[in-house]
Design a protein around this ligand. Structure first.
Ligand code: PGA
Length: 251
């Protein structure tokens, strides 16, 4: 079975509404025929509804974070119901900036994954090791622990709607991209963990994206190995031209 190919842009805390709409227009204007490839953008939540409208179903939309509760006295947070109501299909969970800057624990991430399924959102779960963990030879162990914790209590049926993004922390926003060999071997090890948890058929279905300093000039190598099903792009997704060059790789 051929897995879904996904090209996702994480806009982080960039873009005002007018910049967001201009970016969407630029992407749609240049998209052309991308076959079965799927493009997702993750705009700042405050502009979600307008971005969904502008995407017109040609590009999927996700949000970058949410709290796990349906509603309540949680000042500053947004709920899964609100994310869904804004028209988003996906929710990014456990991005390294959430884990490390905002100190989200594996337990919180697991609650968010559960909430995503409960409210009909599709999680894009991010995992990845720190530089010191890689240097100590612990990358696989760290990522396996993140995966097992995030997926606790998640059924095989629910996993069919999971997307995983492997994003080594040392590669995010640093210009230091993982080699295709490193990325592929980490993706294979992630798939092995999925197979141990859910069996080979489910493991073979889940798209695993690579993220961390993906640019037009390194996408061709990264999109070659059979276990890399797409990319999650930060900086280079903020300009329509560079994001399109990435989306159009080897079409
Ligand atoms: P980057 O960000 O492409 O700017 O390294 C990737 C990400 O944070 O998802």
């Amino acid at each position: 079975m051929k897995r879904r190919e996904i090209f996702a842009g994480n806009w982080k805390m960039y873009t005002t509404l007018s910049e967001a709409l201009e970016l969407v227009k630029g992407i749609i204007d240049g998209l052309g025929n991308i076959g079965s490839r799927e493009v997702i953008v993750f705009p700042p939540a405050v502009n979600a509804r307008e971005v969904v409208k502008a995407c017109g179903g040609k590009i999927s939309v996700g949000l970058q974070n949410m709290y796990h509760e349906k509603e309540g006295a949680f000042t500053g947070e947004i709920s899964p119901v609100m994310v869904k109501d804004a028209g988003a299909r996906y929710i990014l969970i456990g991005h390294s900036e959430r884990r490390h800057v905002f100190k989200e624990s594996d337990g919180m991430i697991n609650k968010k994954v559960k909430a995503a399924y409960e409210y009909g959102l599709e999680p894009v779960l991010c995992v990845g090791e720190l530089l010191e963990e890689r240097e100590a030879g612990n990358s696989e162990i760290v990522v396996e622990a993140q995966l097992r914790a995030a997926c606790e209590g998640i059924s095989a049926e629910q996993m069919k709607k999971m997307v995983i993004a492997y994003e080594p922390v040392w590669a995010i926003g640093t210009g230091k991209v993982a080699t295709p060999e490193i990325a592929d071997s980490m993706h294979k090890s992630i798939r092995k963990v999925l197979a141990a948890l859910y069996g080979n058929d489910i493991a073979a279905m889940v798209p695993i994206l690579y993220g961390g300093s993906v640019k037009p000039d390194n996408i061709a190598g990264l999109f070659s190995p059979e276990d890399i099903d797409g990319v999650l792009v930060g900086g280079a997704s903020l300009k329509a031209k560079s994001f399109l060059d990435i989306i159009h790789v080897k079409l």
